[in-house]
Write a protein that binds this ligand. Structure first.
Ligand code: ADP
Length: 442
């Protein structure tokens, strides 16, 4: 390009020189120079026009005949054009590759624009969501997937958790919907068929519910006979009274487990009924839970003293008139489990405090104790069914290992979360974090 530039410069110098010579002969140097430069300019304009015509045809036709300067420029343009064509082909093949892979997916993929209209979707969207790309492009997504839950999920734009829905195409298909935004204005909706998982989960739930119900009757019979035997144990050989009492303790524990399992199954099976939601006086419900914990302890023979002493430290600091909306039975069960645990895992001289306070955007109900504390390795698993720390497995707390699973379920049904903080030897803090909107909603 540099040599081209210098050759062009020599050409102008040569033409100017000729122009000046001719002008000198004619008696007007400037006229001669202007004519020479004019010829140079016209020649370039002519070649530029040829380039323009050639470019207008997309550079697909034979390169027109021009001088070296314009021919070099055309070569370079041609090189760039070819590169552009290659990039375009590559880009199209990449795009086709991604489209084909999306098409091959068994899950539905739908791209929705900022107005909520369908921009693109894959084949699986037809049988999972009832969306056909050709027919429904630019149609509002919620016109085809008509569900208030889906609408509010997409409007809230909080896609941390998936949404579970029944397919609009068939009541037998269960979908897990997960959305994500890209390029700020587009939303990609991914719908996975989770019917098998749903069926398995239903089977597991039904199995747990049925087994617990079936166990109830034989357990009642066994307990009945054991109680009769205990009442008449005076006539039995010496080894029997102790054995009968142990059997009774274990059948009581089994009874609590069955009751907890039945309660858990009920929580899993049905959503909270609107009729069950009421305005709950938090001060009253927490006081009643604490009173129950205090009252139940004296009946527990050997634990009686321990319980009575530690209950003295129970304190409740709630403001006068905090009310929240929720299901009374469920919330009472959740708070009661937390208070009972604090009682169980706190020593004789321990202190338990129940707090209730609006904090930031949450309504916090917190049970704090200065008991055994929990090793941090156990904390993430505490709400699993039957998960108990080794210490509590070997001790005789009489727990079922289901209490925190029940608490977690109940809180989830109230859009709340359980936060656990604990330190071995220092104590534990179990906080129920309700959205502040629950406060005085009714
Ligand atoms: P459990 O019936 O065994 O108490 P939970 O589900 O209520 O079952 O609790 C699970 C485990 O969490 C308990 O076995 C115990 O190890 C631990 N835990 C619960 N609450 C406390 C607490 N306040 N202090 C120490 N450990 C606790």
């Amino acid at each position: 390009m540099k040599s081209l530039f210098s050759s062009e410069l020599s050409k102008i110098s040569f033409l100017s020189f000729i122009g000046v010579l001719v002008g000198y002969q004619l008696g007007n140097i400037w006229l001669g120079l202007s004519i020479a430069l004019g010829i140079y300019l016209i020649s370039h304009l002519y070649h530029y026009r040829r380039l323009d015509e050639w470019l207008a045809k997309g550079g697909h036709v034979e390169k027109p005949f021009t001088n070296l300067f314009w021919s070099t420029i055309m070569d370079q343009v041609l090189r760039l054009l070819n590169q552009l064509r290659r990039d375009k082909i590559q880009l199209k093949s990449d795009l086709d590759y991604f489209k084909e892979s999306f098409q091959a997916l068994e899950s539905a993929v739908v791209v929705v624009d900022i107005r909520g209209s369908i921009d693109w979707c894959n084949l699986a969207s037809t049988h999972l969501l009832g969306i056909d790309l050709e027919r429904d492009r630019q149609q509002p997504f919620h016109n085809l997937v008509r569900s208030p839950e889906v609408l509010s999920y997409l409007e809230a734009r909080d896609f941390d958790k998936p949404l579970y829905i029944v397919s609009p195409c068939s009541l037998d298909i269960h979908l897990e919907l997960q959305a994500t935004t890209f390029r700020q204005t587009f939303t990609l909706i991914f719908a996975r068929n989770v019917t098998d998982v749903f069926k398995l989960e239903t089977m597991r739930r039904d199995f747990a519910a049925n087994v617990s119900h079936e166990l109830r009757t034989p357990l009642t019979v066994i307990k009945g006979y054991l109680e009769t035997l205990r009442d008449n144990s005076a006539d039995l050989p010496d080894i029997w009274p102790r054995a009968i009492n142990q059997m009774l303790d274990q059948s009581d524990r089994m009874d609590s487990m069955v009751e907890d399992l039945i309660w858990l199954s009920r929580l899993e099976a049905l959503p909270v009924k609107e009729d069950d939601i009421e305005s709950i006086d938090l001060n009253a419900i927490l006081n009643s839970v604490i009173n129950d914990a205090q009252a139940s302890a004296p009946n527990k023979s050997i634990k009686l003293d321990i319980a009575t002493d530690q209950f003295k430290a129970i304190d409740i600091s709630t403001s006068d008139s905090l009310h929240m909306s929720g299901c009374y039975l469920e919330l009472r069960s959740a708070f009661s489990n937390l208070v009972q645990n604090a009682v169980k895992y706190t020593a004789q001289d321990g202190q338990i405090q129940v707090l209730c306070l609006p904090y930031n955007d949450k309504l916090v109900v917190r049970v704090v104790d200065n008991g055994d504390g929990i090793d941090p390795v156990h904390i993430p698993r505490l709400t699993e069914r039957f998960y108990r720390t080794d210490a509590s497995r070997t001790s005789s707390t009489g727990g079922t290992g289901l209490g925190l699973a029940i608490v977690k379920h109940i809180l989830a049904r109230h859009d709340a979360e359980l936060d656990i903080k604990s330190e071995v030897g220092v104590g534990s803090q179990f906080s129920c974090l309700f959205p502040l909107t629950q406060l005085n909603r009714l």
